[in-house]
Design a protein around this ligand. Structure first.
Ligand SMILES: O=c1ccn([C@@H]2O[C@H](COP(=O)(O)O)[C@@H](O)[C@H]2O)c(=O)[nH]1
Length: 589
């Protein structure tokens, strides 16, 4: 772990179930490869994860079992380690490549910006040659304009110890927000292609479908149906991503899906037993009693010690230690701990109700945007300024707000745009129309709900936890074996996942935390007349939501097009937010 990371947390644990074939999954890491430096529960870094994987593989060799590593994309955007450098990801690609990942694919974040997609093709694909799969994604070469597969479409391989024959695919959900140097082909279309139809007819022991795809979305349903149409009985293991949650799905008695959360908080663990290997047909009795089991591992060193049976002296491998050093050197070189201001209290993205004093969204809407959404030559013009809430990615904790925190909270490069002098009666309807996300958007490609943070895709209503101990009351110490909850009153707050297999998936017992839904967009009314409504306003909005704003305006009776939209600020919202923090928060925490 990084020297500045807090010590891991003592908590009751559940063991990992082992099978013939075991998987470890990361997804939506978003550059958090240094781990969480303000949360002890998730404080292990990518170097520790490398040590963990190496130790688990040693253990598997001893047991004659196999361990495969999976990563399902969105490795970038959302942390200073990626976003603070020029070019972005100056150190990240070399850090990520140190992990020995068996099957890896692309997320939507690798594709929003042209340069990020270029780097994916030029660095990550060759770094994981043969293991990087792009079943429905093409890249357009900048020099020739030639459209080529981003990486190979699928992979056929046999596991080392059990000789399990696998065909693996790597998908991306039907994403449409990609820059124009990539082409995402809808999954429904891809599964009709000859190469896919041939691949699902291969004689294998297991299909592994990884993807930056939610487990319960239409894409995996279609792939499951396609495979089952040819192989009614072959086991299928899906790995998902994108919605940032811990999740598990059952498609049938031999087809399951796992999704390992977000931001290096979770390492997903999946074990399969009763599978036929070494090309054997398998004992029908054994096959009938196949078992699929899952765990969500909290990413911290004490958990890693617990699961490997090792300790501070014996756990880390030289390789893992070197990668931790590499991360530390990168963080220092980029001065990621530079203090921008001291947050006076915790501000929660989803863990406090909106609106409320503890809501990060309320803070943005009422304190920050009214000050930063300003264009000097129009500063007195009444205006409505809108941003999507998904532009914010993480909570702000009381205390140091650093260069690193900036990108953790707001990594995007969006600027403010505006449409001049929009009739107020129409402009004021935009917020409501986008937030209700109703019929207006039903007939377009524009899902209004995708403007909120991704966690909200899966969780629609508030989950209110009974009062939990203060997070700051963490006690460092060693983790103890699982005991009944009545004998462990001091659980620390964290994930208490309920999924398709029940509520015993988390490796660490936590006290539950609350989750509150937030709107898709929020609005600040600025420089409004002291009395009455203005006739016209400038409608200011973050560039990411332009298509939604134009459509909502149309529904509100005003036809505007691209030609009517002008630049409002030269700086990004993130840059202006940092200026606000420097000016408004103390410098001495
Ligand atoms: O420029 C951008 C890009 C994305 N967003 C928000 O992020 C989510 C997607 O996040 P995932 O991690 O891929 O799930 C998108 O729906 C937007 O809400 C943004 O605000 N600006």
């Amino acid at each position: 772990e990084q020297p500045e990371a807090p010590s891991p947390v003592a908590a009751p644990m559940r063991d990992l179930p082992w099978g013939q074939l075991n998987f470890m999954q990361t997804t939506d890491t978003h550059g958090w490869h240094a781990g969480h430096l303000q949360e002890a529960q998730y404080s292990a870094d990518w170097g520790d994860y490398i040590s963990f994987a190496e130790r688990m593989r040693e253990k598997a060799d001893g047991l004659g079992a196999d361990v495969l590593l999976i990563d399902t994309g969105d490795r970038i955007e959302g942390n200073g380690l990626y976003d603070s450098t020029t070019p972005k990801g100056k150190y990240l690609y070399d850090i990520v490549k140190e992990q020995d990942i068996d099957v890896i694919c692309t997320g939507n974040h690798e594709l929003y910006q042209t340069d990020a997609a270029d780097r994916e093709y030029d660095a990550t694909v060759p770094n994981f040659k043969g293991n990087y799969l792009a079943s429905n994604l093409d890249y357009i070469k900048p020099k020739t304009g030639e459209q080529v597969p981003m990486a190979q479409r699928y992979r056929k391989f046999t596991t080392k110890n059990q000789g399990i024959r696998i065909v693996a695919f790597g998908f991306l959900f039907d994403f449409t927000g990609n820059a124009n140097n990539t082409v995402v082909q809808p999954v429904e279309k891809t599964i009709k292609e000859k190469w896919f139809q041939d691949a699902i007819r291969e004689d294998v022991d297991l299909f592994v479908v990884i993807g930056h795809v939610t487990l319960n979305g239409p894409e995996y349903k279609a792939i499951f149906k396609a495979i089952r149409s040819q192989k009614w009985d072959t086991p299928i293991q899906f790995f998902g991503g994108h919605s940032h949650i811990r999740n598990y799905a059952k498609y049938d008695s031999k087809a399951y899906g796992l999704q390992a959360g977000r931001y290096m908080e979770t390492i997903g663990w999946m074990s399969i037993d009763g599978i036929s290997g070494k090309g054997k047909k398998g004992d029908p009795k054994e096959l009938a009693s196949m078992s699929f089991k899952r765990r969500y591992i909290d990413n911290n060193l004490f958990g890693y010690y617990y699961h490997t049976g090792l300790n501070e002296t014996t756990f880390s491998t030289e390789h893992g230690k070197n990668v931790s050093k590499q991360i530390h050197a990168a963080r220092k070189a980029e001065n990621l701990d530079e203090l921008y201001g001291c947050a006076p209290k915790d501000l929660w993205l989803n863990r406090a109700p909106y609106p409320s004093n503890d809501s990060l969204v309320t803070w943005l809407e009422t304190e920050v945007i009214p000050v930063i959404a300003v264009k000097e030559d129009r500063k007195d013009v009444p205006r409505l300024a809108l941003t999507n809430t998904g532009a914010m990615r993480f909570d702000i904790f009381k205390g140091a707000f650093t260069r690193d925190t900036t990108y953790i909270v707001s990594p995007f490069v969006s600027k403010f745009l505006y449409i001049k002098e929009v009739p107020y009666k129409s402009a004021k309807q935009v917020l409501k129309i986008i937030n209700s996300g109703g019929d207006v958007f039903a007939f377009s490609d524009l899902e209004a709900s995708s403007l909120a943070p991704p966690e909200q895709i899966a969780i629609k209503s508030a989950t209110i936890a009974p009062s939990t101990p203060n997070q700051n009351s963490y006690q460092a110490g060693s983790q103890s074996p699982l005991m009944s909850s009545s004998s462990t009153p001091d659980l620390i707050p964290g994930y208490t996942t309920k999924d398709a297999a029940g509520d015993d998936g988390d490796d660490t017992l936590h006290a539950p935390i609350s989750f509150y839904p937030i709107p898709n967009v929020v609005q600040s009314a600025i420089a409004m007349p002291a009395e009455g409504d203005p006739e016209k306003v400038d409608l200011v909005f973050i560039d990411f939501i332009k298509p939604w704003v134009l459509l909502a305006l149309r529904f509100a009776g005003q036809i505007y097009g691209e030609q009517d939209v002008e630049t409002y600020t030269e700086e990004t919202m993130t840059e202006r937010m940092v200026d606000w923090i420097r000016e408004n928060w103390k410098q001495d925490c």
